[in-house]
Write a protein that binds this ligand. Structure first.
Ligand code: FES
Length: 162
């Protein structure tokens, strides 16, 4: 049995343009996702997780990381290192360190959090960002566990992370 497949030059050109477009679109989407959700450091429950070397996060700066599958942020404040879950307690957007205002900022509805305590400073978030116990040793900062696992379990956006 012989099967003959005919394809016009126009159809072949459309297919090739479609494949090239798909190739470039997937690269752009992957780059955007990687930027929004860095996966350089991952953690699972109750494991000591190296977040950064001390030199990597100088005073007044921050580093995003993943902890128990959730976005988190390490801050080096004048009083020392702090770490919080960065998933906003309002509707789950990702908050980030905003050094010019000295706040952790959620861009979705202008939620503002205290970078020392995670407390809500203003905006609609109903509760503070959950704190992460950390330790600095041998020139690096490690995440240990959620400071208050019961509180983490009470936040819907952190379900399963405690
Ligand atoms: S989701 Fe963060 S302020 Fe609304």
């Amino acid at each position: 049995m012989k099967i003959t497949l005919t394809i016009t030059r126009r159809k072949l050109t459309e297919i090739l343009i479609g494949l090239v477009s798909l190739f470039f679109a997937s690269g752009v989407i992957a780059t955007i996702l990687k930027y929004l959700w860095p996966s350089t450091v991952k953690g699972t429950a109750n494991e000591e997780l190296k977040i950064a070397s001390v030199d990597e996060v100088p005073k007044g700066s921050a580093k995003k990381f993943m902890f128990n599958g959730k976005a988190a942020v390490l801050l080096n404040m004048p009083a020392g290192f702090r770490a919080f879950g960065a998933v906003c307690t309002h509707l789950g957007c990702i908050a980030y360190w905003k050094p010019d205002e000295n706040i952790i900022f959620c861009p979705c509805h202008i939620g503002k959090f205290d970078p020392n305590t995670g407390a809500v400073l203003s905006g609609p978030p109903p509760s503070p960002l959950p704190a992460i116990d950390i330790v600095a040793k041998e020139g690096a900062v490690y995440a240990l566990k959620w400071k208050d696992p019961d509180y983490v379990r009470s936040i819907s956006f952190y379900a399963g992370a405690a």
